[in-house]
Design a protein around this ligand. Structure first.
Ligand code: SF4
Length: 253
């Protein structure tokens, strides 16, 4: 029938008429790829056909519509795209090969993923008198108009990190390395290195803006990509490394 694709036909037949046929949308393709840890490109017709066959084999004898809906819901609400599945909430976790092998960020493979650009950036959580430095992103491009912690391209060492902080008008007293993080956008992946910098002298005016942890969570939209570092505003040095400037000051580590 014109305008009715395989997915819609399968959904109508199984949900409305109880037929034992699959309904495979993008959410289902992602779930199946992860459950099987299958690196087939889900943008390719061959992979879609193969996964559709797999779902067909998994269908229960009765209530195929419920099964199809459950798979779609799992993909839409738990097995989320862009490397952010909520595996801790997933009822299929014990059967999931991607979870078992730690591959949930790499699977599913898509044509887009093959073209994804990787950017190294260094993120700075700069603290001064209980407030943290923020700046606003451009109104064009990636994450327009959102607030962010100061950051710069590349992977800076501690010395360069302190110099970067000074370029913002602050005087670093302590410099801690934070855990690394990454975030996957559709065409881009950020690989982030982080520093927590305790500063003695806050820069004045904008940028940067200075805000407390409460003000940040209440009034500033920090992108999900940087949430790992927002956590350090509440608990600054938990999980951070040692003060990297101790050695400069001749203090024992
Ligand atoms: S365990 Fe994680 S990756 Fe596997 S199906 Fe569940 S949400 Fe998806």
């Amino acid at each position: 029938m014109p305008g009715i694709g395989a997915y819609t036909a399968g959904a109508i037949a199984s949900i409305a008429f109880g037929e034992r046929v699959p309904a495979v949308d993008g959410n289902v393709l992602r779930v199946i790829a992860r459950l099987a840890a299958d690196r087939g490109d889900i943008g390719e017709p061959d992979t879609r056909r193969r996964f559709t066959l797999l779902v067909t084999q998994m269908l229960p004898a009765e209530k195929a519509g419920d099964f199809n809906q459950a798979l779609m819901d799992l993909g839409a609400t738990v097995c989320l795209p862009n490397g952010e599945p909520r595996c801790g909430l997933c009822p299929a976790r014990n059967s999931c090969e991607a979870f078992r092998q730690g591959l949930t960020a790499e699977i599913p493979v898509t044509t887009q993923q093959k073209k994804r650009r990787i950017e190294d950036i260094t993120v700075f959580v700069i603290s001064c008198d209980g407030r943290f430095a923020l700046r606003k992103r451009d109104d064009k491009g990636l994450l327009p108009n959102l607030w962010e912690f100061p950051n710069t391209e590349g992977r800076l060492n501690a010395e360069a990190a302190a110099a970067f902080a000074r370029s913002l008008g602050v005087t670093p007293i302590e410099v801690y390395e934070l855990p690394e993080a990454r975030h996957i956008f559709t065409h881009l992946e950020w690989r982030m290195k982080g520093y927590f910098i305790r500063a003695a002298q806050c820069g004045a005016g904008e940028p940067p803006v200075w805000a407390t942890a409460d003000e940040i969570s209440r009034s500033y939209s920090i992108p999900t990509a940087l949430k790992t570092y927002e956590a350090f505003c509440r608990n600054p040095t938990a999980g951070a490394g040692k003060d990297l400037r101790q050695s400069e000051r001749g203090e024992p580590s």
